[in-house]
Design a protein around this ligand. Structure first.
Ligand code: DX5
Ligand code: ZN
Length: 215
C-alpha cells in the first residue's frame, strides 16, 4: 500500500492544526517551504515546522524549495523535521547539503524537477534515504500531473533494484485517484497530495481512497 503525505499548502493556513487533525491516517505531513527565489512563491518557514511539531505526532516531511538550502538545514532539524528534501538544482554543493541532513540524524532526501534528468542525482543515490520526483514544476498547489514523471519513477525504481539500494521514492504534484495506481506500480512508495486531500469536505477519506487504490 502506498504511503500518503498530505501537503498542507492546500490546507487552511490560518487553521493548520485543525486541518492536520483531519488527516490522522497520513504517514507524513508534507510541508512546502518556498523562498520566492528558487520558486516564484512564498509559503511556510521554520516557525511553522516548529509549532506543527508541537501539535502533531505525524512526522514532518519538509520540502525545501529554497536557493542554497544549506543555510537553513540545521534550523529545520532543530524545529522538528523528520525528513528534509533538498533540490538537486538548488545548490552547487548538493552532496554537502545531504550530508548535513544525515549528520542531523534525520532522513535525507534529494528532489528532482521535471526538467532535470536522473543523471543529475545518480551519484547521490547511495547517500540518500529518499528521492522525491516532482510531477509538476514546483511553486504552486493544484497543478496538472505531468505523465512523464511515471517513466522517470520507473527508471529510478529499476536503478534502485539494479544497485541493491533501499531509498524510498516519493512523488509530488497533481496526485489523485486518477493516477495513484500508475505511480505506485511504477515504484512510488510515498505520494504527496495537496489539493486532492484538502480541497475536499472529508480529507481523511481522500487519504484512505489513495491507499485503498494501491492495496
Ligand atoms: C508544489 C508543491 C506540492 C504541492 C502539491 O510546489 O511541492 O507539494 O503542494 O499540491 P497538489 O497535490 O495540489 O499538486
Ligand atoms: Zn512539495
Amino acid at each position: 500500500m502506498i504511503k500518503v503525505a498530505p501537503s498542507i499548502l492546500s490546507a487552511d493556513a490560518a487553521n493548520l492544526v485543525a486541518d492536520v487533525k483531519k488527516v490522522s491516517g497520513a504517514d507524513y505531513l508534507h510541508v512546502d517551504v518556498m523562498d520566492g527565489q528558487f520558486v516564484p512563491n512564498l509559503s511556510f518557514g521554520i516557525a511553522t515546522v516548529r509549532d506543527l511539531a508541537k501539535n502533531t505526532k505525524t512526522k514532518l516531511d519538509v520540502h525545501m524549495m529554497v536557493a542554497e538550502p544549506e543555510r537553513f538545514i540545521s534550523d529545520f532539524i532543530e524545529a522538528g523535521a523528520s525528513v528534509i528534501g533538498v533540490h538537486v538544482e538548488s545548490t552547487n554543493h548538493i552532496a554537502r547539503a545531504i550530508q548535513m541532513i544525515k549528520d542531523g540524524g534525520i532522513r535525507a532526501e534529494v528532489v528532482v524537477n521535471p526538467g532535470t534528468p536522473l543523471t543529475a542525482l545518480e551519484d547521490l543515490l547511495p547517500m540518500v534515504d529518499q528521492v522525491l520526483v516532482m510531477s509538476v514544476n514546483p511553486g504552486f498547489g493544484g497543478q496538472k500531473f505531468l505523465p512523464m514523471a511515471i517513466d522517470k519513477v520507473q527508471r529510478l525504481s529499476n536503478l534502485r533494484q539494479a544497485r541493491g539500494l533501499e531509498f524510498d521514492i516519493e512523488i509530488d504534484g497533481g496526485i489523485s485517484e486518477e493516477n495513484v495506481k500508475d505511480v505506485y506500480d511504477a515504484g512510488v512508495d510515498i505520494a504527496v497530495a495537496g489539493s486532492y486531500v484538502f480541497n475536499s469536505k472529508d480529507p481523511e477519506s481522500q487519504v484512505e481512497k489513495l491507499k485503498g487504490l494501491t492495496k
